[in-house]
Design a protein around this ligand. Structure first.
Ligand code: GLA
Length: 643
């Protein structure tokens, strides 16, 4: 197993490059390319596939687990259309685990379970096809999604073998995952069967070490695990990434029109936060959601501080909706509304996981709430940013394409909470009127300064807000996370995130020693906060607005016609390392536009401005001198693009 992706220090890299140059191994220009902080002038997050706004639709898993069939899938598809939800944007109908019967030998062609999907029995000799089903969905104006695994075996086989519809046959026939068949399967699913989306799970590269019962009993071949959910140090990040990249290339090859969607399902493991956005259109940030309130909180927490890591064509995915079941069922509509509103404002894919045959008119109305759907589908693609955070109450604010804000005030807990929403949370002036439109009731109200709300347990108030912007002629960088890509976020050793809610997991109970911090993705680039969640401060000067990031980072920012960049920069007061000066650089389309003086810990914020007229890609780079030590948080205070 390769070690964790410790990047060589700058000195080691320089030495390696010099040696390679001396040996004639590299052209001279390659030295610059090897520097990950060198400006490129281009956007390096994913632009392949098609997901300009978060995908919306339905998936079979939360509704039926693997006990699926054609009737169930088509019933939900029909209700999507008949209820008007499809017209609101719910277009994907995704078949999850349970569709496959076996991998035919020796040619490896996948065979569909025709006892469950009769229309797939299209010819002799196991020549099954989903084309009749995808044709029907397409004729209804819908899109079709399918499911696979990056390993040889599926999640059902590895973790839920008691559930229905497991693959059958010999060991080789039961190897239904993509491993060793990427090109063949992607060609079949997209070019031949006509699917529009694939969700690629990762259980086959996780749970089949030689010591497992599955392997010892001869049930499956061993696959030396590449992922250890509890230990990033035992996860081969580069190898996992390479496997998913391979699928990305195959999708690109077999969908010449580019109209497809790649759903990466690695549950936040493998430091996928850093690279999933460069490959997939949506990328899971957490393990599976369950219909329990506290589990929803866990999944919410894995996504809520990652706004800068998502945007058009590469969204964070905190897993599918569980509205309709358990703590989110028809008797718990306060909880259901919160779950839905939070997913909407955080730009999560809105994928219904409910048997729509059982949906009440109130539930259909919730899925179709025009104001909330519009919030989620806003074309600017900026995920909401936490404006206020506590264990009890959160306020999320999302910048919309027309300059309005979406705002959700969310009571996580079991007691009523008194909350004050202030104009400053919205980055609106507090001496001018703010207009709020309640997205549940349509009611309008105005306030100046701040406005009180009393929230019942588990309640979310959600509004569209308009007012006078603090920055009238531009946008703070932290207000436009969909146009920011942390190409290098300065994280050298990915860490588990201790700030994520850790509930009792249903399938595990309280056996063992408890839920440990698990998901990779602590530290890194944050909107309006330091990488580890503290307030932004330089030499005691507090910045409510700005970008917190680690030194040795490079952020790509799309410039949508702004003329000037400005910020006040320095080392964050939370830094543990005090002896390394840092320098801030600003590039426009690859050219250096401005650089700061070397900044030391405790030095006052330094102003930085640059003319960015006509520039399409701004890059914000911070370099630290000296040997890499501990994490070194820095601040781009009040960083803004203005006209
Ligand atoms: C994993 C995924 C789920 C679902 C199941 C299917 O657990 O995270 O979303 O696809 O596999 O077995």
């Amino acid at each position: 197993m390769r070690p964790l992706n410790h990047r060589p220090g700058r000195r080691a890299r320089c030495l390696a490059i010099l040696l390679a140059l001396a040996a004639g191994l590299l052209p001279a220009a390659a030295g610059a390319q090897a520097d990950p902080l060198a400006p490129t002038g281009r956007w390096s997050a994913n632009t392949r596939g098609s997901a300009p706004v978060p995908p919306m639709g339905w998936n079979s898993w939360n509704a039926f687990y693997s006990d699926i069939d054609e009737e169930k899938v088509m019933a939900s598809a029909t209700i999507l259309v008949d209820s008007g939800l499809a017209a609101r944007g719910y277009r994907y109908v995704n078949i999850d685990d349970g569709w496959w019967l076996r991998r035919r030998q020796p040619d490896g062609r996948m065979v569909i379970r025709t006892d469950k999907f009769p229309s797939a029995a299209t010819g002799p000799d196991d020549q099954t096809s989903f084309r009749p089903l995808t044709d029907r969905l397409h004729a209804m104006g819908l899109r079709a999604g399918i499911y696979s695994d990056i390993g040889r075996n599926s999640c059902g086989q590895v973790y839920t073998p008691n559930l229905a519809n497991q693959p059958e046959g010999t060991i080789a026939e039961r190897e239904v995952g993509l491993h060793g068949h990427v090109d063949q399967d992607i060609q079949l699913y997209f070019a031949e069967w006509g699917f529009d989306l694939i969700k690629v799970d990762g259980c086959g590269i996780r749970g089949l070490s030689a010591e497992t019962d599955h392997v010892r009993s001869g049930n499956y071949r061993a696959f030396p695990p590449l992922i250890d959910m509890n230990a990033l140090g035992r996860t081969d990040i580069a190898a996992v990434q390479a496997l998913y990249e391979d699928v990305g290339h195959a999708l690109h090859r077999h969908n010449p029109d580019g109209d497809y969607l790649f759903s990466v399902c690695l549950w936040g493991s493998s430091n996928v936060r850093a690279w999933g956005k460069n490959i997939g259109n949506i990328s899971r940030t957490s393990d599976d959601i369950t219909p329990q309130w506290t589990r929803m909180l866990t999944n919410l927490d894995t996504v809520s501080t990652r706004a800068l890591y998502a945007g058009p064509d590469a969204w964070n995915d905190p897993d599918m909706l569980f509205v309709g079941s358990g703590d989110f069922d028809a008797d718990h509509m306060t909880g259901a509304r919160s779950h839905f509103a939070l997913w909407a404002i955080l730009n999560a894919p809105l994928i219904i996981g409910f048997d729509l045959r059982k949906a009440t008119p109130e539930q259909i109305a919730l899925f179709g709430n025009p104001g909330l759907v519009a919030l989620n589908q806003d074309p600017a693609g900026h995920q909401a940013v936490p404006a206020y955070q506590s264990g009890d109450l959160q306020i999320f604010v999302k910048t919309l394409a027309d300059g309005d804000k979406g705002v959700a005030i969310f009571n996580r807990g079991l007691a009523p909470v008194d909350a004050q929403l202030s104009a400053r949370h919205l980055k609106f002036r507090d001496d001018d009127e703010v207009i709020l439109t309640d997205l549940w009731t349509g009611d309008r109200q105005t306030f100046t300064g701040e406005v009180p709300f009393r929230l019942e347990p588990r309640e979310t108030r959600v509004f569209r807000a308009s007012g006078q912007r603090v920055l009238p002629d531009g946008l703070y960088v932290s207000e436009q996370p969909g146009d920011v890509n942390p190409a290098e976020d300065g994280v050298r050793t990915p860490q588990h995130d201790p700030a994520i809610h850790r509930g009792v997991i249903g399938w595990q109970g309280t056996r063992g020693s408890g839920e440990h911090p698990q998901y990779g993705g602590f530290g890194g680039a944050q909107a309006d906060r330091s990488p580890f969640g503290e307030p932004l401060r330089i030499a005691g000067v507090r910045f409510d607005t700005g970008i917190g990031v680690l030194a040795n980072s490079r952020l790509e920012v799309r410039n949508r016609g702004f003329a000037r960049f400005s910020a006040r920069v320095g080392i964050d007061d939370s830094a543990g390392t005090r002896d390394r000066p840092v320098t801030f650089f600003l590039y426009g389309d690859g050219r250096l536009l401005a650089r700061s003086q070397p900044q030391r810990f405790g030095a006052a914020p330094q102003a930085m401005t640059a003319d960015i007229t006509g520039v399409s890609m701004v890059e914000m780079v911070v370099r630290a001198d000296g040997e890499p030590g501990g994490p070194l948080p820095v601040v781009w205070g009040d960083a803004a693009l203005v006209r």
